[in-house]
Design a protein around this ligand. Structure first.
Ligand SMILES: NC(=O)c1ccc[n+]([C@@H]2O[C@H](COP(=O)([O-])OP(=O)(O)OC[C@H]3O[C@@H](n4cnc5c(N)ncnc54)[C@H](OP(=O)(O)O)[C@@H]3O)[C@@H](O)[C@H]2O)c1
Length: 240
């Protein structure tokens, strides 16, 4: 039987659009109380008004070193604790060697990997003490098969997968679950950039953000005795 998520408390990063907003909708419909974060406060507030459950919003740059602790403290203040963190915030910077924006690449390294590491450790310390909690990190199928011009993005997602697996092994015996979800082409603002850059056929229908969100809920609903370490969601006609 699947675990009920009702009255659980979750932080979702990158919740102002795309996959993060879909995860917020899915979890809220399952009775989860939410702390939603991203930089665009107006988008977070619009989303919070639409959701059925209790929601707190925190407008912040996830790459700022103090943000993970702010999120943890806000969850404790508003809801009295924390059970779930979904590290979804991410950006895509890519380009050929003669036209690469190194500042954008550096920013991506901070957002797509360093911020995931900081957030995981900040929440994992609490989860280990309370002997429960779930961390889900959004990686990418690019972690398992890169293409020219997007090696840093793919490498960072591979790093997220490996780091998450190590944490899973370290924390499993302490009642803490860690898993990754790796979307393929998913209909969001980020995909529009990616499709034009690497030439995925516009005829190949992408997955929807809701499909990824449903899979996140499925991972979280597993009984205490199991931990789904990773799921890959390719769109049906996608090669890699
Ligand atoms: N779409 C795909 O095909 C696909 C495939 C594989 C993996 N993914 C992964 O899925 C995740 C979500 O992406 P998406 O497709 O839903 O794209 P998206 O619609 O562009 O969403 C990205 C989210 O990350 C937030 N974000 C970006 N930089 C941030 C920062 N410095 N601080 C705080 N929040 C920040 C954005 O919010 P603000 O701009 O408001 O800060 C936004 O909410 C990413 O990790 C991405 O790598 C996507």
């Amino acid at each position: 039987m699947s675990l009920s998520l009702k009255n659980r408390i979750a932080v979702v990063t990158g919740a102002s659009s795309g996959i993060g907003a879909a995860i917020a909708r899915e979890l809220s419909a399952s009775g989860v109380k939410l702390v939603l974060t991203a930089r665009r406060a107006d988008k977070l507030i619009d989303l919070s008004r639409e959701l059925p459950g209790e929601v707190e919003t925190v407008a912040a740059d996830i790459a700022a070193s103090e943000t993970p602790r702010r999120l943890l403290e806000r969850a404790r203040e508003r809801f009295g604790g924390i059970n779930i963190v979904v590290n979804n915030a991410g950006v895509l910077a890519m380009g050929p060697v003669d036209d690469v924006d190194l500042d954008a690449i550096s920013r991506m390294i901070r957002i797509n990997f360093e911020a995931v590491v900081r957030t995981c450790y900040t929440f994992a310390q609490d989860f280990k003490i309370q002997r429960s909690g779930s961390i889900i990190n959004v990686s990418s199928v690019a972690a398992f098969g890169t293409r020219p011009t997007m090696g840093v993005y793919a490498g960072l997602k591979a790093a997220v997968e490996t780091f998450s697996n190590s944490l899973r092994i370290e924390l499993g015996a302490h009642g803490v679950k860690v898993g990754c979800i790796a979307p393929g082409s998913t209909q969001t603002g980020m995909l529009l950039d990616l499709r034009s850059s690497i030439g995925i056929s516009p005829d190949a229908p992408p997955a929807k953000a809701e499909d990824v969100a449903a899979a996140v809920r499925f991972m979280l609903e597993q009984p205490d005795r199991t931990n789904i370490a990773g799921l890959r969601i390719y769109s049906a006609c996608e090669g890699n």
